[in-house]
Design a protein around this ligand. Structure first.
Ligand SMILES: Nc1ccn([C@@H]2O[C@H](COP(=O)(O)O)[C@@H](O)[C@H]2O)c(=O)n1
Length: 284
């Protein structure tokens, strides 16, 4: 698999990766499901040296938000993002702080009385960027009828719009995320259901047992993520046989490399493409 020789690829146990892939190829594409994170996994982390927006940022940077609110949201980002990627703090320590970030940001967004019918324009006018090779990735999975679950702590309405506008919201795609709740006149009044943040994807997975029950004949999983919390996205998979975990290491590479190598089978350091996930084409 030539993609595994890319300079961005790091593996603690290449032999194990080979074995997992061989086992999946042997079992065939009808035994495979893909579970992926969205922000900074399907979307780019940076372009021309500038950070690309997350689904939250797409909304936060849009003209649907007042400048005063933008300022407050940026303050939150400056406080909490360094905590999110801080290797000196444990997940247990970070968890309540992440809940605090998401909760405060969602409260601010709700105060903005955002209109549902303006979301598509906000996405169209944004700097949202999917990773290079995204079309091949989505189209290949669709052609092979491989289910693709996008499991995101971002904003579902926004990320759906990103993939709809990119022409890749195929029928094999399902999304679990934070969805906005609009009142009868189409104005944002709350966020629906249980909050999903980067450290409770296990709980989110276990709440969606029906999805994983429907896919119980697909015990081979390819998981794509960019945080250690994403490793729990497959916790609801039934009768799991093989899992190939591919992790994008976008930021603080040297500080976090060892932890990622210990957790993900393939680590992609500062790789803005989906070239390696596109190795799925070999599982036909
Ligand atoms: N107010 C917020 C809260 C979170 N983020 C970022 O979103 C990412 C979560 O989405 P996934 O698709 O990766 O699950 C997370 O990494 C946060 O940095 C944000 O931008 N604004």
């Amino acid at each position: 698999i030539p993609e595994l020789s890319n300079p961005s690829v790091c593996m603690k146990d290449p032999q194990r990766v080979q074995e997992i892939l061989q086992s999946m190829v042997k079992a065939g594409s009808n035994t495979v499901q893909v579970i992926t994170d969205f922000d900074m996994t399907l979307t780019r982390f940076a372009y021309n040296g500038k950070r690309c927006p997350t689904s939250h940022n797409i909304l936060e940077n849009s003209n649907l938000i007042t400048s005063d609110c933008k300022e407050k949201l940026t303050e939150l980002l400056n406080i909490y993002y360094p905590i999110e990627i801080d290797t000196s703090r444990s997940a247990e320590e970070k968890l309540p702080l992440m809940v605090e970030w998401w909760t405060k940001a969602h409260e601010l967004l709700v105060e903005q009385k955002i209109r549902k019918d303006l979301l598509a324009t906000a996405v169209r006018e944004s700097d949202a960027m999917l990773r290079e090779g995204f079309k091949r990735f989505f189209d290949c999975l669709n052609q092979q009828n491989i289910p693709l679950l996008i499991f995101s702590a971002g904003i579902g309405d926004i990320l759906e719009e990103v993939i709809r506008q990119a022409g890749i919201f195929h029928r094999n795609v399902k999304v679990i995320s934070n969805y906005m709740d609009f009142d009868e006149s189409g104005v944002l009044r709350a966020f629906k259901g249980e909050l999903i943040h980067i450290y409770n994807k296990r709980e989110g997975a276990l709440l969606n047992t029906d999805h994983f029950q429907d896919l119980r004949t697909r015990p081979n999983v390819v998981l794509l993520g960019d945080s250690l919390g994403d490793l729990h996205m497959a916790d609801g998979v039934q009768d799991l046989k093989n899992i190939l975990k591919i992790g994008f290491l976008n930021d603080k590479v040297e500080d976090r490399k060892q932890a990622y190598l210990d957790s993900y089978d393939i680590v992609l350091a500062k790789d803005e493409t989906l070239d390696v996930p596109n190795l799925l084409k070999y599982i036909s």
